[in-house]
Design a binder for this molecule. Sequence first.
Ligand code: 13P
Length: 249
Amino acid sequence: MARRMIIAGNWKMNKTPSEAVALIKELIPLVKNDAVDVVFCVPAIDIIPAVEAVKGTNIKIGAENMYFEESGAYTGEIAPNMLVDAGVSHVILGHSERRGYFGETDLDINKKVKKAFEHDLTPIICCGESLEQREQGITIDWIRQQIKIAFLDITADQAKAAVIAYEPIWAIGTGKTATSDQAQEVCGAIRDCIREIYDEATADAIRIQYGGSVNAKTAPDLFAKPDIDGGLVGGASLKAEFGDIVNYE
Ligand code: 13P
């Protein structure tokens, strides 16, 4: 089955609301590509103006995080129905920066994945190993554990609609992109893991992105790999270069 490519920008903690609108206006003509799902994951405060700015284009707006409760006394958090009401379709969950700086665990991420599906939000579920883990030779074991916990109690139909982003921590923001063979090896292992948990049809349908210093030069080789269905792009998503990444062919 031919999977549709999905290329998402993760803006991280960059761009004020007015800067966000200006950047979106600059990028709209550059990221046109009907063969690719294009998502801009923006800071929470930029979501409402961003949704307005992309009206009538091929761009979808995503959030960078979300809490796993419906509402209540959780100062500073954002609930799933707030994202939906604002016009968000995708949400990044379990980014290594959330895990590393804010203590998010695999079980927290599983709770968020469940909540996202309850609200028909498409989760972009992040996983990835540190340099130390890669050097210890435990990359695949580590990623399989992250995936198995993230997908606890998630049905096959839900999993088919999910997006997984494989982002080796040593490649994020370092300019050190994983080679396309390294990225394919892990993305293939992730698909094998999904096949073991569910079945062939689910493994075939789920989309797996690579993230970590993706740029206009590295994107074509990465995106040509059989188990890589697009990218989650940080730094290069804030520049005109993102247009070249979306139009990588
Ligand atoms: P960079 O593309 O800046 O390395 O960031 C990758 C990333 O973390 C995307 O989520």
